[in-house]
Design a binder for this molecule. Structure first.
Ligand SMILES: NC(=O)c1ccc[n+]([C@@H]2O[C@H](COP(=O)([O-])OP(=O)(O)OC[C@H]3O[C@@H](n4cnc5c(N)ncnc54)[C@H](OP(=O)(O)O)[C@@H]3O)[C@@H](O)[C@H]2O)c1
Length: 326
């Protein structure tokens, strides 16, 4: 089931385990649950694990090392250096910290987490090259790099990945970034693939979604206290999509997660679909997502159901509307 990740020599599962929730991103999280969730994800066949120094200030990396350190040779680990650490010396120091947190001597895929305009990108990429030559990382890439950012990165180096927000409720990358990644042979790792749970088949209405997660540009900033953007959202189109998804769940007999992840797996340039879970029970469900392959008619219905929302939200790939990408 594992296949080559882009132009690298890494053999990876199509579903990637996302380690951010283990560090408490979605509320109180027991360490025991996080460890069991990680182990169960490995047991059902996932070998690709995504983390970052920013997730709990290294705690997420430590958890991964503790849960699956004994399986290190069977894992592909991706981690990211935080935006504020993109100066060359800071990248080198951050990588050393991450290696220690993970309890390993090499990171398979190391990414710049977000662009940082205060540091020339050539300097950051230079540090990544140095780390690769020193054998501290196997491959490097970027995350949250928009249309102009990815042009700049591609001109500078051997970019092995662009990790991007991509799911049925957020298709902004399709306007420019995804075609550029596809043309350059750069695989996309999709994040928030379940829209932080909205695509996990538990909500009938957008209004039921936890306010702490209703921060993306789809939500009206006048109504949702934690949205920091100043946009009016696209909630009507979002609710219409959610309704259409429930209809498809009924018509196909598939779960909403299978529809959401099956659709992502079929999209151009997608090299991995990241999903986060909170416990072993949720991780067990990932087995279905590893296998799912949707019929063309279902793929088309999903694309059409989300076209209106895509057009209304437009091409800003920063899901949270903080103006960090270009
Ligand atoms: N590069 C970046 O800037 C960036 C940004 C964000 C995320 N990421 C990566 O992407 C990963 C995943 O994205 P995400 O954290 O935004 O979340 P996500 O994968 O879209 O959603 C995770 C949530 O979905 C729900 N869920 C998952 N499996 C379920 C199941 N079987 N049944 C019911 N609910 C289920 C859980 O919600 P409950 O908590 O309600 O149980 C879980 O917390 C992160 O861990 C991280 O690795 C990267």
């Amino acid at each position: 089931m594992n296949r080559q990740f882009g132009n690298t020599d890494l053999m990876t599962s199509p579903v990637v385990y996302g380690c951010m929730g283990g560090a408490g991103a979605f509320g109180v999280q027991e360490e025991k649950d996080s460890i069991e969730a990680l182990r169960e994800a490995f047991n059902i066949g996932i070998n690709f694990f995504d983390t970052a120094e920013a997730y709990g200030d290294g705690y997420s990396e430590q958890l991964l090392g503790r849960a699956l350190g004994d399986k290190r040779s069977e894992l592909v680990i991706s981690s990211k250096v935080a935006t504020e650490n993109l100066a060359p010396d800071d990248i080198i120091a951050a990588c050393e910290r991450s290696l220690k947190n993970l309890g390993t001597d090499v990171i398979d895929l190391y990414m710049l987490h977000w662009p940082n305009r205060a540091v020339p990108l050539a300097d950051s990429i230079g540090a990544l090259k140095t780390l690769k030559e020193a054998g501290k990382i196997r491959w490097y890439g970027v995350s949250n790099f928009g249309s102009s950012d990815i042009d700049e990165a591609l001109a500078l180096g051997d970019i092995a990945v662009n990790q991007l927000p991509y799911h049925l409720f957020s298709r902004a990358i399709e306007f420019e970034v995804q075609p550029k990644c596809e043309a350059a042979g750069v695989p996309i790792m999709c994040y928030s693939s379940l829209m932080q749970g909205l695509l996990a088949g538990r909500y009938k209405s957008l209004q039921d979604f936890p306010v702490s997660r209703a921060r993306t540009r789809m939500f009206d900033s006048r109504k949702w206290a934690e949205a920091v953007h100043e946009e009016y959202g696209a909630e009507e189109a979002g609710q219409a999509l959610l309704d259409a998804l429930w209809t498809l769940v009924g018509d196909t007999g598939l779960s909403m997660e299978e529809l959401a992840i099956g659709w992502l797996k079929s999209r151009p340039a997608v090299g991995g679909v990241i999903v986060g879970t909170r416990n072993a029970t949720q991780s067990r469900d990932l087995a279905k997502l590893l296998k799912v392959k949707l019929e063309d008619s279902v793929l088309q219905a999903l694309t059409e159901a989300s076209d209106r929302l895509k057009e209304e939200l437009g091409s800003d790939i920063d899901m949270w509307g903080k103006g960090r990408t270009r």
